[in-house]
Design a protein around this ligand. Structure first.
Ligand code: LRH
Ligand code: MN
Ligand code: MN
Length: 429
């Protein structure tokens, strides 16, 4: 039986306060959608089946790249983090899995599995970390990891990824995400070609070690921590990697990893068209890899990304990219932010489902640019909150997850048992 961290009677009391209004809002939205030829229950069904993975590191200590400003009741270890993730899942019903980062979350895999299964949580992609040095590691990644000139360093980085796969096998993960910080800070510091050659060779060994039913996601990022050149800097290089490696290799798109104003939805369409779109790290950004809450800066862009995903889904029923959040915070309670991000990702999906694809195609074929644009705007401007809230309610979640979370006083409760973490300096990313 699934254990609940938040007392279900608190959620029930909160829902009782809001359910009459929700029912009215849902019915009235249903009527309006009906006039557009859309069955609200079918949209709700799809929303209810949608899940986005929570990153274990997202519930952890908040801070900036320069300093840590821990809040009260921060998780002490991965087991506390799993409990925080369980709270998010219980209230939102939109986050059925957790994505682990090794070695940050290293623990006995059987214990990890048990801890998650108490709350009926599964594990999404494993994330390896060769962008920082772990305690006691022999070779340093200061000058690169999977692409380093030094073979012993590359071998160690490969070995670490193989270990991530091993842990993942025990806990039921089906994917490995590889992001490296390798690159250079000065023109001339590295040879682009040999560095990429090393990277590809290393990744081939990792790809070869994957179980048959696993996927390998490679994540591109324009810059940081390397500031002159980065080995996996954009979707083009990422696509080359996925092609070079083979059938289990796919590209992962982290929304914050592009230059400002880049047309990410078009990248999504291209990767989907050529069968190499593996999944997402959802977050939002104003300048760079800001890791802000999904949908908090540019919700229209998030919608446009989902518009491409729904379009791709309509062409290929087997199209199931992985959905993960990747954010970390400085000024909010991370559980609150992650709950809102999960809902915002769902919202973008629901809005994209409202696009009248036939009318859109007709407008496109008639070169009626305005009609096509309005078709998208009509969907984006529809307030789908009643659909999301009803999907949560019917699955035992909270109509208003934030209000229920605050009413439950979870953070204050865990602050009593989790010791305060000292503020301090923070590593990059
Ligand atoms: C790199 C990144 C990558 C890491 C995570 C901590 O910027 O997006 O996904 O694993 O941050
Ligand atoms: Mn990421
Ligand atoms: Mn990032």
């Amino acid at each position: 039986m699934t254990e609940h961290i938040i007392d279900p009677s608190i959620i029930a009391a909160e829902n009782a306060r809001l359910s009459t209004d929700l029912r009215n809002d849902y019915d009235s939205l249903g009527e309006r959608l009906d006039r557009r030829g859309i069955a609200i229950d079918a949209i709700k069904e799809k929303v209810a089946n949608f899940s986005v993975a929570v990153p274990s590191w997202g519930v952890g200590t908040g801070g900036t790249r320069f300093a840590r400003f821990p809040g009260k009741g921060e998780p002490r270890d991965i087991f506390d983090k799993i409990e925080d993730c369980a709270v998010i899942a219980q209230l939102t019903r939109a986050t059925r899995t957790v994505s682990l980062h090794i070695p940050w979350d290293k623990a006995d895999p059987n214990r990890l599995k048990q801890a998650a299964s108490r709350f009926n949580l599964g594990f999404d992609a494993m994330n390896s970390n060769t962008f920082s040095d772990a305690k006691g590691q022999i070779q340093s990644y200061k000058f690169g990891s999977l692409s380093a000139y030094d073979k012993a360093t590359r071998d160690q980085a490969i070995e670490h990824n193989l270990e991530c796969i091993e842990i993942g096998k025990t806990i039921g993960s089906k994917a490995l995400t590889v992001w490296i910080g390798d690159g250079s800070n000065f023109p001339g510091q590295v040879n682009f070609t040999s560095q990429f050659e090393h990277y590809l060779d290393s990744m081939k060994s990792i790809h070869a070690a994957l179980p048959d039913d696993w996927r390998l996601y490679t994540e591109h990022k324009m810059y940081e921590p390397a500031f002159y050149s980065t080995v996996v800097q954009d979707w083009g290089t990422n696509y080359l990697i996925a092609k070079e490696l083979g059938d289990k290799a796919f590209c992962l798109v982290d929304l914050g990893h592009h230059a400002p104003n880049v047309n990410i939805e078009m990248i999504v369409a291209r990767l989907a068209q050529f069968g190499k779109l593996g999944g997402f790290h959802f977050n939002d950004s104003k300048y760079g890899d800001d890791d802000l809450d999904a949908g908090s800066i540019d919700p229209f862009r998030l919608f446009l990304v989902f518009n491409e995903l729904v379009d791709a889904e309509s062409r290929d029923a087997d199209f199931h990219p992985a959905h993960m959040l990747d954010q970390s915070h400085n000024v909010t309670d991370p559980i609150e932010s992650l709950m809102l991000s999960a809902a915002d990702v769902q919202r973008a999906y629901a809005q994209a489902l409202l696009v009248d694809r036939n009318s859109l195609v007709a407008a496109q074929n008639a070169n009626d640019a305005l009609a096509a644009a309005l078709e998208l705007r009509k969907a984006f401007r529809t307030d789908v909150e009643p659909i999301l809230a009803m999907a949560r309610l019917e699955q035992g979640g909270a109509i208003d997850p934030l209000a229920a979370y605050r009413a439950a006083g979870y953070r204050a409760k865990v602050a009593e048992i989790r010791p305060e973490i000292a503020a301090g300096s923070s590593g990059i990313v």
